[in-house]
Design a protein around this ligand. Structure first.
Ligand code: CU
Length: 129
């Protein structure tokens, strides 16, 4: 096999790899600095729920998560146990009183959960119009 073809094949395979079964890919959701953005919606994290469970925004807008609880939580795309959970977005631990922001580029429904508390904190979603 020619070297150029092999590289192209590898590139297309790795590109497929970043697509989740949801149809979104990693570049559809970007973590942004909350301080330099004006969130369209704010989701409060409490033990052990996201409030509101469904947040609706427009493409290009930002959601801010605020940890109002006393435990640390995560924002992980997909449902608990999904093979590709976290492949579209995965925010590390949000410790109490801390915030994290994500910008959603592409319309659709993004399901997420908290990885450490997957059985309790699942089924939350961001609807992007
Ligand atoms: Cu949690």
């Amino acid at each position: 096999m020619q070297k150029g073809i092999r590289i192209l094949l590898l590139l297309s395979l790795s590109h497929l790899g970043i697509f989740a079964s949801s149809g979104f890919c990693e570049s559809d959701v970007i973590e942004v600095d909350c301080a330099s953005t004006n969130p369209a919606s704010i989701v409060s994290i409490k033990e052990y729920a996201f409030e509101p469970t469904i947040a609706t925004i427009k493409a290009g807008e930002v959601i801010k998560w605020v940890n109002d609880g006393s435990s640390s939580h995560m924002i992980t795309s997909g449902n608990p146990g999904d093979k590709d959970a976290g492949s579209v977005f995965a925010l590390g631990f949000i410790t109490p009183k801390k915030i994290k922001c994500l910008q959603f580029q592409k319309p659709g429904s993004y399901i997420y959960h908290c990885r450490p508390h997957g059985n309790l904190m699942k089924g939350a979603s961001v609807i992007v119009e």
